[in-house]
Design a binder for this molecule. Structure first.
Ligand code: PLP
Length: 361
């Protein structure tokens, strides 16, 4: 028996045990092909089916309308920070970004290399503990798009609802929240997400983009970065991250079997709700994120005493509650509770927090 811990890492993070077991069982012989997906031509019938099924199941899970392309590419969120302006900031050459954390800031700085990019607002002065609200009136009239980071992985904040952009194209980085709650894809021009938080191993980036926004890149865009190339080739223009697409596909099937995104959202609200309720009721812990902006995926909390935080993380690890330290830039604790974190992991964490509070107050 494997001795598995509850892994609260922000990413790469836990994958469903059922999926890992299936992948292990199929490692030497995938469905009678006599080889692993790792060894398989991406032009083979078997892989073509893996690729098509993964896309179809993702479309079902998120109810992605037909007017959207789904692209499987590489480069993580970080390369997407450049792909977005290169593909979409090609009309007026302007875009507005809301600065809600380090990832939002990185996306904003990357986009500035390619055009006239402005910050709408920033919560940096308050250590990104909230999402600065904006209205359509705060946006420049002629921008190509507005960019928001849906879930701020490091600070534990997220958008609780879709901001009103007055009809302007909305682009969002959903790296750490995709498939955790229901979203209305039709409200977005483009949604992108790296795989390693809530989907699969690192190495795959999912891009969901409205078809009328594809094919607008300038002539000098590097071939790989052009959305059109991937859209026209079913994401098989060049060798894809085949293993990641296979695991992502297995995770999608697993989510469908569990009741889809709606059921995930119910469970995620329950998990996060319990944890926040415990933190709010305790004397030792505090969650710095503004209550209305709290993330369902990354729960950030502190004791207010750095030494005690360190002790907490070490003692939790000894009990099989691993990777609970906060991001190196802010310290404290962070429990990342993505889809694959079972409710029992959250219950065990709360039990430990209660015991630690008793022993240290
Ligand atoms: C992790 C993360 C990224 C960075 O992804 P890479 O794949 O490491 O480039 C970008 N945005 C958000 C919101 C993230 O959580």
């Amino acid at each position: 028996m494997a001795n598995r811990v509850y892994n609260f890492s922000a990413g790469p993070s836990m994958l469903p045990e059922e999926v890992l077991k299936k992948a292990a069982a199929e490692m030497l012989d995938y469905e009678g092909t006599g080889m692993s997906v790792n060894e398989m031509s991406h032009r083979s019938k078997a892989f073509e089916k893996i690729n098509n099924d993964a896309q179809a199941n993702l479309r079902t899970l998120l109810s992605i309308p037909d007017e959207y392309d789904v692209l499987f590419v590489q480069g993580g969120g970080t390369l997407a920070f450049a792909m977005i302006p290169l593909n979409l900031m090609t009309g007026s050459g302007k875009a507005d970004y809301n600065i809600t954390g380090q990832w939002a800031e990185k996306a904003y700085k990357e986009a500035q290399k390619f055009g006239d990019v402005r910050a709408i607002a920033s919560s940096k002065d308050d250590k990104f503990t909230y999402i600065p609200k904006f209205t359509a009136g705060d946006l420049r009239p002629d921008i190509d798009y507005v960019h928001v980071t849906w879930n701020n992985t490091i600070y534990g904040t997220h958008y609780a609802s879709v901001p009103d952009t007055g009809g302007r194209t909305l682009v969002t980085d959903m790296s750490s929240s995709i498939l955790s709650e229901k979203i209305d894809v039709s409200k977005f021009g483009c949604i992108y997400a790296g795989s390693q938080k809530n989907i699969a191993p690192a190495g795959l980036t999912i891009i969901i983009v409205r078809k009328d926004l594809v094919g607008k890149a300038g002539e000098n865009i590097p071939t790989y970065l052009d959305f059109k190339i991937h859209a026209e080739n079913d994401s098989l223009y060049n060798t894809p991250p085949a293993w990641c697409i296979y695991i992502a596909g297995e995770v999608f099937k697993h989510l469908l079997e569990r009741g889809g995104v709606e059921e995930m959202e119910r469970v995620n609200r329950e998990k996060a709700g319990k944890l926040y309720a415990y933190i709010d009721g305790s004397k030792l812990y505090r969650a710095p994120a503004a209550a209305e902006d709290r993330s369902l995926m990354n729960v950030v909390f502190v004791t207010g005493n750095e030494e005690l935080d360190k002790k907490f993380v070490a003692e939790a690890k000894a009990e099989g509650l691993d990777q609970l330290s906060g991001h190196r830039s802010i310290g404290g604790m962070r429990a990342s509770i993505y889809n694959a974190m079972p409710p029992a992991g959250v219950d065990k964490l709360i039990g430990f927090m209660r015991k630690f509070e008793k022993e240290n107050s």
